[in-house]
Ligand binder design. Structure first.
Ligand code: ATP
Length: 259
């Protein structure tokens, strides 16, 4: 009997996303900047990973390359085993719509749509209908059941960001990338949003990667990876805010010694 081989089927142990020797160079000649220098990192399924590092260390670049928003210069960026560099523009757009969720610092909600319409918009753009039971679960997880008919201006910043988190979760993406999701929020609303992101990992099995400068935010993650000068320097598991802060201070003093 011949064996069936299905190359696109994700292995249970395969990470949700993986960078291998990922290098990203911007510009040419004298203005050339190596934003990422051979970074290898895996983002395990159903885990919450924070990406930290000084300003200009390559955090956003890593996220953009892993999300297929920016092409890599060399090395590999994969989502669920799919090599992004092999996809043409059409397939890359489809992959981003179907497999990636985004949460940005500035919420990015459409003002004329209700909370519910904002949440389901990416799915509708992809020509899919939201799964009603899943939508209920996501709405309950982010605590928005009483706010679905509200427009963004009728919601607080924290509630708007919860809508953005729900929007990222509704399509059940392979991975959610959050870029400083609490950067525009007061500490109480920020803590709520981080709690919901963490619940989406613990209770819904979502994979989340979050860029942050804030050790308290990073302490909500299962793991923190540290970048400096475009290189992966270190990582912490089950981080506390104090442990993250200590590690950040150690990098800063190392950086000062080598500059
Ligand atoms: N589109 C671009 N063109 C040229 N250089 C860029 C571009 N995007 C980023 N860079 C450079 O790449 C390096 C890494 O930038 P990146 O935005 O990834 O850092 P970051 O760690 O996210 O910084 P921050 O914490 O300040 O947001 C920086 O030196 C930056 O100036």
């Amino acid at each position: 009997m011949s064996q069936t081989f299905v190359p696109s089927a994700p292995l249970a142990t395969e990470p949700a996303a993986r960078a291998t020797g990922l290098t990203k160079v911007y510009g040419k000649g004298e203005t050339q900047v190596t934003a990422l220098d051979s970074v290898s990192v895996e983002f395990a399924r159903a885990r919450f990973t924070a990406v930290m590092g000084p300003s200009g260390s390559g955090k956003s670049t890593l996220m953009h390359c892993m999300a297929g928003l920016d092409p890599v210069t060399s090395g590999s960026a994969r989502i669920g085993g799919v090599e992004l560099a092999r996809l043409n523009d059409r397939r890359l757009t489809a992959l981003r719509r179907e497999k990636v969720g985004f949460v940005f610092q500035g919420f990015n909600l459409l003002p004329t749509l209700t909370a519910l319409e904002n949440m389901t918009l990416p799915l509708r753009l992809a020509g899919r209908r939201p799964d009603a039971a899943w939508l209920d679960t996501v709405v309950a997880t982010v605590g928005l059941a009483g706010r679905l008919a509200h427009r963004p201006t009728q919601l607080s910043g924290g509630q708007q960001q919860r809508v953005a988190v729900a929007r990222a979760l509704v399509s059940r993406p392979e991975i959610v990338f959050a870029d400083e999701p609490t950067g525009n929020l007061d500490s109480r609303s920020g803590a709520e949003v981080l709690g919901f992101l963490r619940d989406s990992v613990r209770e819904l099995g979502q994979t989340v990667v979050m860029v942050t400068h804030d050790p308290v935010a990073a302490a909500h993650a299962d793991r923190v990876v540290f970048l400096a000068d475009g290189r992966l320097m270190d990582e912490l598991h089950a981080p506390t805010a104090d442990a993250v802060l200590d590690r950040m201070l150690a990098f800063e003093s190392q950086g000062r010694r080598t500059r």
